[in-house]
Design a protein around this ligand. Sequence first.
Ligand code: FAD
Length: 469
Amino acid sequence: MSENNFDVVVIGSGPGGYVAAIRAAQLGLKTACVEKDPTLGGTCLNVGCIPSKALLQASEEYAHADKALKRHGVMVENLQLDLLTMMGHKDKVVSDLTKGILHLFDKNDITHITGSGALGATGEVVVTDDSGAESTLLSKATIIATGSESASLPGIEIDEKRIVSSTGALALEEVPGHLAVIGAGYIGLEMASVWGRLGAKITVIEFLDRIVPGMDGELATNFQKMLRRQKMKFKLSTKVTGAELGESGVALTMEPVDGGGAETLDADIVLVAVGRKPYTQGLGLEQAGVKTDGGGRIEVNEHFETSVAGVYAIGDVIAGPMLAHKAEDEGVAAAEIIAGQKSHVNYDAIPGVVYTHPELASVGQTEEQLKETGIDYTAGSFPFIANGRARAMSATDGFVKVLADAKSDRILGVHIMGADAGTIIAEAVLAIELGASAKDLARTCHAHPTLNEALKEAALDVDERAIHV
Ligand code: FAD
């Protein structure tokens, strides 16, 4: 096989692409991964999951030391914020992890090619490097994993200084006096939490009449109350119509969605967090005959194959939740399918987590979805205030809700607001993956005292037999 001849070429090295490349190599396929950016890891490692979680953790430590430690008898005097060190920690975590992928590529004999990949003639990927030089890779199968980019609103131009996307919000040089966040999805609220904890006044503006769209309604309502207690202000059912840059800030104009007078809001920084759109620029999809849907996402069949045989697509660039673990699982499945194995992704068992305080975590169907589809269900819930470990941790906010099929008792959805909800949810994901019933979860022995006992109690409550309420 010549140097430029591969079994699999992956375009993009985010969690979808790099995981697909590793799995393909594990299965004995000669694999290359083409990445246009100087570092590997895509949105997730460079400007997404990882840096945001580093700042969420650091800012929570700060808020904890400032407000919560007293309750535990730990007195902190003269607390100070060193933003430069906080940002330095975040940057080091990102740098270490992106280098870690290089190491994994080496270990698995994956050829890493720096440059922009595009589909060429059948079985070819054309790579253009920084100098404009082109090379052609021959590939039996190509996996497109080019991810997504931040979306904006008409009339609002992101300059990453005063009007920022999440990328700019992860790298502010000082704590803004007033941060206006357009969009109450998980990215907007996580960034609002970071800067709010560090002292910024926060106003969140959302077009819909609720926050965290797509998550269970009861969870969202309670979550908004918690965030209000953290002094976040919300303007729901409000449409931002323009943003004007001034000397030292931004004047945002907005109006109620249902009509009414326009108003202006002055902010030091505006974060535009209105969602993300698939990134397919320069891939040459049209010439190659790869079909996209109305939203610009690449269409694939159940084998992740596009309208062109031998060309596959995974991750944010195709339909489904734009989440790193969804991209990873699709990467594994696509590689296994290319290697001739049977593989699939169970989209009913993909968790979604918001890493605020408290955390939100969900898997499966919401109550709204069950009602809409007319599925007869029973619900059980349990508050963290009745959980011993949560009491010991002073983390009593929130609850667990389990939704089960009324006839079969099979678990259909689990929704959690509380400390470590993102970790607790893994047990619920496994339960759904294995087709467990609420009774299965309820009869499973849980270590005491743990936060997960709240999940067991919520499962018991489906049968109205919770012990500790
Ligand atoms: P990406 O990670 O976007 O990677 C695509 C890669 O392809 C990029 O490196 C890009 O440079 C490269 N590329 C694009 N075009 C070409 C080309 N033509 N040639 C070569 N290379 C190309 N998800 C979670 O699950 N949990 C979280 O906590 C979370 N937090 C987030 C926080 C923020 C602030 C943001 C913005 C996102 C977050 N996400 C989170 C979403 C997550 O980052 C994405 O779902 C995930 O990165 C998608 O992976 P992907 O492999 O599809 O694409």
